[in-house]
Ligand binder design. Structure first.
Ligand SMILES: [Zn+2]
Length: 143
């Protein structure tokens, strides 16, 4: 899948972003069919936190969590490294199955037992941010 992405970049250049966007929409739709994944939503507190911190800061936090808790080859507490509440990115991780290497392998076909590549890290953060963005849009509509 990674090779495919690199090839796409060579072939399509700036269309790369569209390809990633399409892939993300597809996986988010699939995740929404899982009752477990779909029961995670942001609450007012988390939405307020995002607005206060600004989205760019949340993005920095997401990169930090992914790099420190998911990217290494060996994670002794894999499956338990992502709290169920607290930071909005944690909620997004459970909703998008980017909470642990087991879920990344099952849902995103990113194998465990090796370090994540930069490309994979960007992809994972993009999925999380897209989900957060959708939650915020939804919260506006609900008001
Ligand atoms: Zn998991």
């Amino acid at each position: 899948m990674l090779e495919e992405k690199i090839d796409s970049k060579k072939k399509y250049g700036d269309k790369m972003e569209d390809i990633r966007e399409e892939k993300i929409e597809k996986i988010l739709k699939l995740l929404a069919t899982s009752p477990f994944r779909n029961h995670f939503h942001l609450k007012e507190k988390e939405i307020a936190y995002i607005k206060e911190k600004k989205f760019s800061t949340i993005k920095d936090h997401a990169y930090h969590f992914v790099r420190t808790r998911l990217a290494p080859k060996d994670i002794p507490n894999d499956g338990k490294q992502t709290p169920m509440k607290g930071h909005p990115v944690f909620i997004s991780q459970h909703a998008t199955a980017t909470c642990c290497r087991g879920c990344l392998e099952k849902w995103h076909k990113i194998p465990k037992g090796r370090n994540l590549t930069e490309n994979e890290i960007h992809y994972i953060v993009s999925v999380q941010l897209k989900w957060l963005e959708k939650e915020i849009i939804k919260s506006h509509q609900d008001q």
